[in-house]
Every structure is written in C-alpha cells, then in structure tokens.
Design a protein around this ligand. Structure first.
Ligand SMILES: C[S@@+](CC[C@H](N)C(=O)[O-])C[C@H]1O[C@@H](n2cnc3c(N)ncnc32)[C@H](O)[C@@H]1O
Length: 264
C-alpha cells in the first residue's frame, strides 16, 4: 500500500470514514435499471479522486466499463497503486482514468455520470454549475443518467463538528463557517489515528451549498428531460436508514442527504 505520508495515509483514512464505493456502484446500477428497465454498461465517475467507485463498477460484471476524471494526479496515482492493482487483468482493462477538468467537454459517451461526495459544490456560480451540467448531458448516451448527491438542513447553516469513532481512527467533519448571503461554507476533515496525533485539515472544502430546487432547475436548463430525487428513509432509531427511494416530497430534519438524477 502507498502511504503518502510515512506515518499516516490520509486516503485510507478518508476511505474508511466516508466512502462506500461498493454500495455506490450497486445503487447507480439499481437507479439505471429502475428508470430504464435496462442494464448500464459505462459509468463516468467525475471528481473521482482515488477512483474506488470505478474499480467497484468494473467488478459488478464482465461488461461494465468505467472512466474516472480528476484534475489532481496524486489521488489518481494512489488509486492505481492501491485499488486498480487489486483487480484482475480483465477488470483492470475496463477502467480508464484521465487527469482532466470535468468542465472540459468529453468525447467519451457513457450511460451514467456521477459526481459523488458533493464534489461539484466546488462550483460557486450558477453559470459554472450550468456549464458543468451541460457538459455532462452532452457526454451521455441515449437514456443516459447523471447523478449527484447533495446535503443540507438547518444544522448546515452554522458551525458544527460531527465526530465518528471508527476502529483505529476518529473522524471529524467540521463546518468552520457559513455565509448565508452566498450559501458558501468551509468544511474540513480531521483525523485522529489511535495513539497518534491529530491530523488537522487533512482535507478542506470551500463549497457552495446547492439546494435540491437549484440543482433540479439547473439540470432542466442544461437540457435534462426530467429530474428525480432519491430521499433517505428513516430507521427505527430515527436516524437515516441508508436506503434511498424516489420521492417528490421530503421531510424536514437537522441534516439530510439526497441524490438527484437527471435523465436525458
Ligand atoms: C471530495 S474529493 C471526491 C473524491 C471522490 N469522488 C469521493 O467520492 O470521495 C474531490 C475531488 O475532486 C477533484 N476536483 C476538484 N475540482 C475538479 C475539477 N474541476 N475537475 C476534476 N476534478 C476536480 C479533486 O482533485 C478531488 O480529488
């Protein structure tokens, strides 16, 4: 395994704390099957980072192909060494990555494009968001689906600290500030490995919090035919169940996570 810092592997800590690539790949496939009554083949993962999701997609079956785009060579190299290397030769042959800005229109046409873990929140203006959504629509095959995740709720309007204790690691997701005039915010991820010192701001994000109606309207303006929202169910303990279903109305809660799918 590659360790960017000899003593601490921030990508492994990130994966353990926030990523579920296997579940994401299955969820994407389920959405495509449900909306199109057909099987998707090619997935494009935007802002793919270490492209763990691309690798899980290629593992779903022998026809699946994945393309990952990221502007930063460091996480791409990490993914090649730590995730791609775990696949067999035939799976590896079906995963391709490009060091590229997602705003640049791609000539590769895919069945699905996803931008997960809120990465497109890095676009602060509607003009840029629209440019990105248009570029995605133009790169989709017939019946193509573009999916993003988003989150919000009253708790996101003020500084907060979310703490998660995991085996060997504590994860902190800190909202450092929020500007209600522009809906811009700064989130930082800190890690405290067991027995080690805290790694402050291992990842930092200057985001604009886009609401579901803003995302839906921008997708429609970008030419998507219709837009579906997948809302999380509630578990017995009142927390999110981790199961997302298509809904036209949501329920207010302190923090919610949802997926938005644009269909062409
Ligand atoms: C929060 S990470 C997301 C990683 C991965 N998608 C996940 O689910 O965890 C954001 C990634 O977006 C990349 N990125 C930021 N702006 C980009 C752009 N304009 N085009 C392509 N990648 C970009 C960064 O290099 C970083 O790897």
């Amino acid at each position: 395994m590659t360790t960017p810092s000899k003593s601490f592997d921030k990508y492994a800590a990130y994966a353990k704390s926030v990523q579920s690539p296997r579940e994401d790949a299955r969820f994407l496939r389920l959405v495509y099957r449900n909306l199109n009554n057909a099987e998707p083949t090619i997935l494009r993962e935007d802002f793919c980072g270490t492209y763990a999701l691309c690798c899980e997609w290629a593992k779903l079956d022998d026809q699946k192909r994945a393309v990952g785009l990221d502007i930063d060579p460091e996480p791409l190299a990490y993914g090649t060494e730590n995730y791609l290397s775990q696949l067999n030769d035939w799976q590896q042959a079906r995963v391709t990555t490009y060091e590229r800005d997602v705003l640049v229109r791609s000539t590769i046409k895919t069945d699905m494009i996803c931008a997960f873990n809120f990465s497109y929140f890095c676009f602060h203006s509607r003009e840029t968001l629209l440019k990105y959504f248009k570029a995605c629509r133009q790169s989709l095959r017939p019946n193509g689906i573009f999916m993003v995740d988003t989150f919000g709720g009253p708790q996101c309007g003020e500084p907060s600290m979310d703490t998660k204790r995991l085996p060997g690691l504590t994860y902190y997701f800190e909202q450092e500030r929020f500007d209600p005039i522009n809906n811009t915010t700064r989130f930082s991820i800190h890690f405290k490995p067991k027995g080690g010192r805290i790694r402050k701001r291992a990842f930092t994000y200057d985001w604009r919090m886009w609401s579901i109606p803003e995302i839906r309207d921008t997708m429609l303006d970008a030419g998507f035919k219709d837009v579906e929202v997948y809302w999380e169910g509630t578990a017995r303990d009142g927390r999110g169940s981790g199961r997302f279903t298509r809904k036209t109305r949501g329920e207010s809660c302190q923090v919610w996570v949802a997926y938005v799918a644009g269909r062409i």
